[in-house]
Design a protein around this ligand. Structure first.
Ligand SMILES: CC(=O)SCCNC(=O)CCNC(=O)[C@H](O)C(C)(C)COP(=O)(O)OP(=O)(O)OC[C@H]1O[C@@H](n2cnc3c(N)ncnc32)[C@H](O)[C@@H]1OP(=O)(O)O
Length: 423
């Protein structure tokens, strides 16, 4: 039971610094927030979508949503309600504050017409109860450069025969060139799970927006240009500048690396792997099927240092979400979706026309062929989870023989989904 505590949208911008202090406390960032930090964080924040729980004058829980464009299989964009800044102070935990704020946010999202909600989960056990399922996973590797088997005489993309080149640029140039490249990258047909980046994202990533003690280390930036001179990708990275016993033992950490072409992606990886002084490359959080390990003659040189669920999706409007994505084959399926909160519950018939056609989906009175919980549909949506695996776990029930196999062929994608960003 919640005593004396009121959950509500912020009354105005004067409450924002106190709300931010609560976020900072909940995330262990620090017990206080400076005016400069509050100003930077307020940029682009729609206060109408910021909830707090107040105990007297003190904010004890926080929750924010924001509009997001998420790429779905085939390259189309789906409007999502992105959930972020979820905290409950340790003094007020396990009294239903998160549950109350989530209920408000999901009902507002449903009313607005968002087809899905999305979030990056701090811990696995939190969000399944609210109908979210893990839709994209992530992997981080550490590469021992001496073990890769790559030719140490590598001198640049010309050695790969693609006619492109990699150029070091300053932060301002990177910020000017890369947003358009990223927009082309993230709407690629195999880039499901990627989300849009606004101007604030790029300014923060390139050090143009800062506040005191933000812990930002300036990065190095490089752009990949194709044979026609067009920017097709970029990388941002830092180095720890470590030397031991007069030997360079540096670890380079990749903050961001993407390209619109396979040649660009390979050239950027070769660039970071071929730097003198560098013993290790930390890749940052990548798609679990990133090309990196297989670019190496010895893929074992890339050791997995993290592998976990990353992007979670909560279906809100089944017909809209299922018609937004493409399907690799023609086929149909009748799905019964259970949703204790009601938003996405019902029986729906999906009819897909194959890779170049569209898809139709609507409520139906036909008998279901498969039934599953809404969170499992979230996990299937971007093509990562296997319906056959869920059936083996009894988390998906087959009412017609072969229906799980049909779902497997319809839903799964050639490349795994990936959300490169934290939000
Ligand atoms: C999208 C993001 O922002 S992710 C970041 C999430 N934030 C954090 O992890 C910061 C640290 N943790 C917290 O602030 C809080 O513990 C929260 C926000 C995770 C949970 O807030 P609470 O108000 O305590 O949750 P609430 O009381 O509504 O709990 C609802 C249910 O979820 C369960 N639950 C909540 N958090 C957790 C958890 N971390 N692990 C396991 N179960 C959890 C509760 O036990 C409860 O279960 P029940 O319904 O069976 O009784």
């Amino acid at each position: 039971m919640v005593n004396r505590v009121e959950i509500r949208t912020l009354a105005g911008s004067e409450e924002y610094p106190e709300w931010l202090r609560a976020v900072s406390t909940g995330f262990f960032r620090g017990p206080a927030v400076t005016d400069e930090e509050a100003q930077v964080r307020a940029l682009g924040t729609d206060l109408a979508r910021v909830q707090g729980a107040f105990d007297g004058g003190r904010c004890v829980a926080t929750f924010r949503t924001m509009p997001q464009a998420m790429t779905v299989p085939g390259g189309a964009t789906q409007d999502a309600c992105a959930v972020t800044a979820v905290t409950v102070s340790p003094t007020h935990r396990r009294r239903g504050l998160l549950t109350g704020m989530m209920a408000n946010a999901l009902s507002a999202a449903k009313e607005r017409g968002d087809a899905i909600a999305s979030l990056i989960a701090a811990e696995y056990p939190i969000y399944g109860r609210y109908g979210f399922g893990p839709a994209a996973w992530t992997t981080e590797w550490e590469v021992l450069t001496s073990r890769t088997g790559l030719d140490r005489r590598y001198a640049g993309p010309a050695d790969l025969g693609d006619g492109g080149r990699v150029e070091l640029v300053d932060a301002a140039e990177f910020r000017k060139l890369l947003p358009a490249v990223h927009e082309r990258f993230r709407t690629g047909p195999q880039r499901q799970g990627a989300v849009d980046r606004d101007e604030k994202w790029w300014r923060l990533a390139t050090g143009d927006l800062r506040f005191p003690d933000d812990g930002y280390t300036p990065a190095f930036h490089a752009v990949y240009r194709d044979a026609d001179g067009q920017p097709q990708g970029g990388v941002s990275y830092t180095s720890d500048d470590v030397w031991q016993a007069k030997q360079p033992e540096q670890t380079v950490t990749v903050r961001d690396l993407f390209a619109t072409t396979a040649a660009g992606e390979a050239a950027l990886w070769r660039f970071v792997l071929a730097m003198d002084w560098v013993q290790r490359v930390r890749t940052g959080l990548r798609a679990p099927d990133d090309v990196l390990p297989l670019l190496l003659p010895d893929p074992r040189a890339a050791r997995t240092v993290a592998h976990a669920d990353w992007l979670w999706i909560r279906p809100l409007d089944v017909p809209r979400m299922l018609t937004a994505r493409s399907y690799p084959v023609e086929g149909s399926l009748v799905l019964q979706v259970r949703d204790k909160d009601g938003y996405a519950a019902g029986c729906f018939k999906l009819e897909a026309d194959g890779p170049r056609g569209g898809a139709r989906c609507a409520a139906t009175t036909e008998d279901p062929e498969l039934s599953l919980d809404v969170s499992e549909l979230g996990a299937l949506f971007l093509g990562d989870e296997s319906p056959m695996r869920l059936a083996a776990l009894s988390r998906l029930t087959e009412h017609r023989e072969g229906a799980a196999q049909r779902a497997e062929v319809l839903f799964r994608t050639a490349r795994r989904p990936w959300c490169p960003d934290v939000f």
